[in-house]
Design a protein around this ligand. Structure first.
Ligand code: ADP
Ligand code: MG
Length: 240
C-alpha cells in the first residue's frame, strides 16, 4: 500500500527523520510508538505529504507522492487522517462537517453525501448529533465525528496521530472501539498512540522510533516482550 524509501526530513538544520525505510501492506495495522519529539507525527505527515520530505520517496498505491507530476490532491483523498485535536469546522453542523469535502471534491452530490454521512454517523453511534455543532459535543464524540469525516472520502488508508491523547480517560474507549471496528473491516491503518493495551490488542506490527530513526519493527510480541534496543527497553519500562 505504501512504501517509504530513504526518507529524510529536516526543519532548518534539525534533522527530524533520518533515512526511514518502511513498507506497509494492505490491511496491515501498524502502531508507531516513541518518546515525544522522536518524529512520529512528522513521519505520519510525510505519508500524505502534509510535510514535504527533504529526501527520499513516498510511494502510495504506486504513485510517488514526492514526484511533482503526481496529482497530490487526488492521491491524498485516498488517505484519511485523524488528528489529536479533531480539527472539526466549528461553524458547520456535524453532518455538514462530514459532507463538505465529498461534495466540494465532486465525489458525491449533496444527497448522496448526506446519505453517506448518516450511515457513517450511525456507525460511530452519533446519528442523533447530526444537526449539532462541534461545541455541543464531548471530546470523544468530536473525535468519532472526525473519524466519520475521514471515512466519508472512502480512503484506502487511515492515519491516526494520537487520536485519544486530548481526551478525558472515560472517553478514550469509545474512540478506540471505533478504530477497532475499522480494523475488523480490514482498513489499512497507521496509528501513533501511547495506549499500550490497545496497541497490543490491535497491532499487526509495532514500530518504535527515537530521534528520527526506527529502532524496532516487528510483531507486538517481539517489540513489547523482547525489545532488543536499549532505548526501547527504557521507554517500555516507563510506560508499561
Ligand atoms: P513526535 O510526534 O514524535 O512528538 P514530531 O514529529 O512532532 O515528534 O517532532 C519531531 C521534531 O521535529 C521535534 O523536535 C519538533 O520540535 C520538530 N518539528 C516538528 N514540526 C516542526 C516544524 N513545523 N518546524 C520546526 N520543527 C518541527
Ligand atoms: Mg506527535
Amino acid at each position: 500500500m505504501i512504501t517509504i524509501k530513504n526518507l529524510g526530513k529536516s526543519f532548518g538544520t534539525v534533522e527530524v527523520l533520518k533515512n526511514i525505510n518502511l513498507e506497509i501492506d494492505k490491511g496491515q495495522i501498524t502502531v508507531i510508538l516513541g518518546p515525544s519529539g522522536s518524529g512520529k507525527s512528522t513521519l505520519l505527515r510525510c505519508m500524505n505529504l502534509l510535510e514535504v520530505p527533504t529526501s527520499g520517496e513516498v510511494i502510495f498505491e504506486g504513485y510517488n507522492l514526492v514526484d511533482k507530476k503526481t496529482n497530490i490532491d487526488s492521491v491524498r483523498q485516498k488517505i484519511g487522517m485523524v488528528f489529536q485535536n479533531f480539527n472539526l469546522f466549528p461553524h458547520k453542523t456535524i453532518v455538514e462537517n462530514i459532507t463538505l469535502a465529498p461534495v466540494k471534491l465532486k465525489k458525491m452530490n449533496k444527497e448522496e453525501a448526506n446519505k453517506k454521512a448518516k450511515y457513517l454517523l450511525e456507525r460511530v453511534g452519533l446519528l442523533d448529533k447530526k444537526d449539532s455543532y462541534p461545541s455541543q459535543l464531548s471530546g470523544g464524540q468530536k473525535q468519532r465525528v472526525a473519524i466519520a469525516r475521514a471515512l466519508a472520502l472512502q480512503p484506502d488508508m487511515m492515519l491516526f496521530d494520537e487520536p485519544t491523547s486530548a481526551l478525558d480517560p472515560e472517553m478514550v474507549k469509545e474512540v478506540l472501539d471505533v478504530i477497532k471496528e475499522l480494523a475488523k473491516d480490514g482498513m489499512t491503518m497507521v496509528i501513533v498512540t501511547h495506549e499500550m493495551g490497545f496497541a497490543k490488542e490491535i497491532a499487526d506490527r509495532v514500530i518504535f522510533m527515537d530521534e528520527g530513526v526506527i529502532l524496532e519493527d516487528g510483531s507486538p510480541e517481539d517489540v513489547f516482550i523482547n525489545p532488543s534496543n536499549k532505548r526501547a527497553i527504557e521507554f517500555f519500562d516507563k510506560i508499561l
